[in-house]
Design a protein around this ligand. Structure first.
Ligand SMILES: Cc1cc2nc3c(=O)[nH]c(=O)nc-3n(C[C@H](O)[C@H](O)[C@H](O)COP(=O)(O)OP(=O)(O)OC[C@H]3O[C@@H](n4cnc5c(N)ncnc54)[C@H](O)[C@@H]3O)c2cc1C
Length: 383
């Protein structure tokens, strides 16, 4: 069956990344792992070869994140830097933006964060109000963002804003607001960040951002002012696929710890894994993680084949399935360890919080169920 679901090349990639992950493990140093993974070509595996990338796609990039996660050392910024920002710039950036950013994103010397979420818009990204206006050749960006990951370690943040279109003279309709993407370097005047005190044990922090009349040169706008929505969606499918990879990796890590423990821990005559009440939920978790991975592979295959619409549905379903499988696997893993599930020594308890992230971000479980009920099933909209 070699290569039916995954090519031999990708299986080799999986094994090589797993070996890298095993060397770093749970107590990993984020920056050291980031630079080693980059040097080995893993971080830019999806980016075009002519800009220093590996020439692969989301199939390969998701393997890298899943395997690092399964080894206990996920790199959250992979979800945004090469997957969203790298994809958007490779597909829609100007030649200059590609040359400026892609080689660095590929070799890990540059990192880019991604900011769409706003305090007053939340799940409803149609309500975002960060607005860009022209001032001569420059853009002036004003607004607020929340929960943006890794802004402190990123060289720039790709900010989703809106530009005001001219009023339609023919219909007399007022000016509209079109989504658009801006590259905002970290130390740009007026671009302020405040760390959010999250209950998460992770190497990457989340930030609230204030953009107070941030002046940006004309070439900060990525792609076409009139095609912002299309460009945004091109980045959001990779984000969902990578969140699925993140969740599957974490679920596999927790499950492996639980299986180890259940094989050796003996309370009565048998190791606890011999009791079906312990074994079956672990088997179920394994099945559900495998199923989620299959959907993630489908989403990545569709995306890499250029089917953005098909990938949209599959990526949402994969993210949903992976998050649910991860939450269940972590919950069962902690339970399997009994009291040790809550000790610092075994280190599983923080995953209870971490596993919830994939259920909430980048799009919540409920918004995916809304999407599937409207788009896939044709049911009436509730909002
Ligand atoms: C650790 C972490 C990292 C993040 N990193 C980033 C990042 O790098 N960049 C970025 O832009 N964002 C990031 N986010 C933000 C994330 O994408 C949002 O938290 C998410 O989109 C949900 O938005 P919200 O928190 O405002 O929740 P809300 O939109 O307020 O939703 C709250 C609850 O209400 C439910 N709900 C809302 N509307 C409906 C509806 N119509 N029908 C049914 N239920 C509904 C939701 O499902 C949810 O359960 C991150 C979040 C976390 C937790």
């Amino acid at each position: 069956m070699t290569g039916v679901i995954e090519s031999q090349e990708n299986k080799d990639l999986r094994a090589a990344v797993a070996a890298l992950g095993a060397r770093h493990g749970r107590g990993f140093d984020r920056a050291a792992l980031w630079s080693e993974a980059a040097k080995l070509g893993y971080l830019g595996v999806n980016l075009p070869e002519e800009y220093g990338g590996g020439g692969g796609g989301m199939a390969e990039l998701s393997i890298v994140l899943e395997e690092l996660g399964a080894a206990g050392c996920p790199l959250l910024m992979m979800v945004v830097s090469p997957a969203i920002c790298g994809t958007v710039i490779a597909r829609f950036g100007t030649e200059e933006q590609r040359r400026t950013w892609l080689p660095g994103l590929a070799d890990g010397s540059l990192t880019m964060a991604f900011g769409i979420t706003e305090p007053d818009a939340g799940s409803n990204s149609h309500r975002i109000t960060t607005t860009a206006r022209r001032d001569g050749d420059d853009w002036i960006l004003t607004g607020r963002k929340v929960f943006i990951s890794g802004v402190d370690i990123a060289d720039a943040t790709l900010i989703v804003g809106r530009t005001r279109s001219a009023p339609d003279d023919a219909t007399g309709r007022p000016a509209g607001l079109k989504p658009c993407l801006f590259i905002v370097p970290r130390d740009t005047p007026g671009f302020e960040r405040t760390g959010i005190d999250m209950e998460l044990q992770a190497a990457e922090k989340q930030f609230e951002l204030v953009l107070d009349d941030v002046r940006l040169p004309a070439d900060s706008l990525v792609g076409d002012e009139d095609a912002g929505l299309l460009q945004l969606f091109a980045g959001l499918n990779p984000e969902r696929i990578m969140t699925a990879a993140f969740a599957i990796g974490m679920g596999r890590y927790a499950l492996a710890r639980a299986v180890d423990y259940a094989t050796t821990r003996q309370v009565w005559k048998l190791p606890i894994g011999g009791h079906q009440a312990i074994a079956h939920p672990l088997a179920q978790a394994h099945i559900e993680l495998e199923l989620a991975r299959l959907m993630m592979q489908k989403a990545a295959a569709l995306y890499d084949a250029g089917d953005d619409i098909g990938a949209g549905e599959a990526a949402n379903m994969a993210k949903y399935a992976a998050a649910e499988a991860c939450v269940k696997a972590v919950d069962q893993a902690v339970h399997t360890l009994g009291g040790n599930g809550l000790t610092r020594e075994y280190g599983l308890a923080p995953l209870i919080t971490a596993a919830r992230v994939a259920r909430i971000a980048p799009v919540s479980r409920e918004m995916i169920l809304n999407y599937v009920s409207h788009q896939s099933l044709g049911l009436p909209k509730s909002y």
